[in-house]
Design a protein around this ligand. Structure first.
Ligand code: 5RP
Length: 262
């Protein structure tokens, strides 16, 4: 592997543990000021020291994130859709150039793909175009397997999406947890990180995290289950104990409960 590519991946996936806790805060790119991210800077600042990598858009990165941070950035570079057109969610384009990602010192760029959706081909073309550019600079590409309306998030569908993303050159894939998650991991030759999905009770989100790690995920790229938690910092610390320290769900939940009263 090219040195730059390997070095950037090592900034995201901790070489000592082989795992990563990424904090996803990119939701506003199509959801606007969604709950928990109304004022992104206030949400992000206390969580930033506990994330191995932050996943924002360039607008939030420039305006709301301390440039002196030591936390690695994985920059979302696809968009163009919105909640005002839920029938057209898969209609994404590339919004941010590789040059701007380099300017922002991103360690990787993230692109959504919508396999099985009306704009499947366009989003797979987006991924391919970004890989073609990024590879010249040793910049890893994270493919995000977005799931269109009416598509079932089962292992068959997610295996299809993750494998296609890897075949087109993604260096990492972000996908959802499902029954048979190990089949998704087995069929995907690049590291997988789990998206947290909609907010669920903290202990359930920790269980989901453990299941994903035991199923072969290299970590999480979690958003709502951290920043919408009643105690976001306690939650990210608890997630870290599972991802990096092999904690059980009960041990991690104890961390959450003891940290939330601090
Ligand atoms: C949608 C996205 C997100 O906006 C986000 O990263 C999802 O994170 P979470 O499900 O944990 O809130 O990638 O496709």
């Amino acid at each position: 592997m090219d040195w730059g590519m390997e070095n950037r991946l090592a900034q995201i996936i901790n070489p000592k543990t082989g795992h990563t806790v990424m904090l996803a805060v990119d939701h506003g790119y199509f959801q606007g000021p969604t709950s928990g991210l109304e004022e992104p800077g206030k949400t992000i600042a206390p969580l930033l020291p506990y994330a191995d990598a932050l996943m924002p858009t360039r607008g939030v990165l420039r305006e709301c994130v301390d440039p002196h941070t030591q936390t690695t950035m994985v920059l979302r570079v696809s968009g163009g859709n919105s909640m005002a057109r839920v029938d057209e969610l898969s209609d994404e384009v590339i919004t941010t150039t590789i040059e701007d990602a380099i300017c922002l010192n991103a360690a990787a760029v993230a692109v959504s793909v919508y396999v099985g959706s009306p704009h499947q081909k366009q989003t797979l073309q987006n991924l391919s175009d970004v890989v073609n550019q990024a590879i010249k600079y040793g910049m890893p590409v994270l493919a995000v397997t977005a799931v269109g309306k009416d598509l079932v998030r089962d292992d068959r569908y997610l295996s299809l999406s993750c494998r296609i993303a890897a075949e087109l050159g993604a260096n990492m894939v972000k996908t959802y947890y499902c029954e048979g998650f190990e089949n998704v991991v087995r069929g995907c030759p690049v590291p997988i990180v789990m998206a947290g999905g909609k907010k669920i009770p903290e202990k359930d989100a920790l269980t989901l995290t453990l299941n994903a790690i035991q199923g072969g995920a290299k970590g999480v790229d979690m958003g709502r289950n951290i920043f919408r938690s009643e105690a976001p910092v306690a939650m990210i610390k608890a997630v870290r104990t599972i991802v990096h320290d092999k904690a059980s769900v009960d041990e991690a939940f104890d961390v959450f409960n003891s940290e939330k009263v601090k």
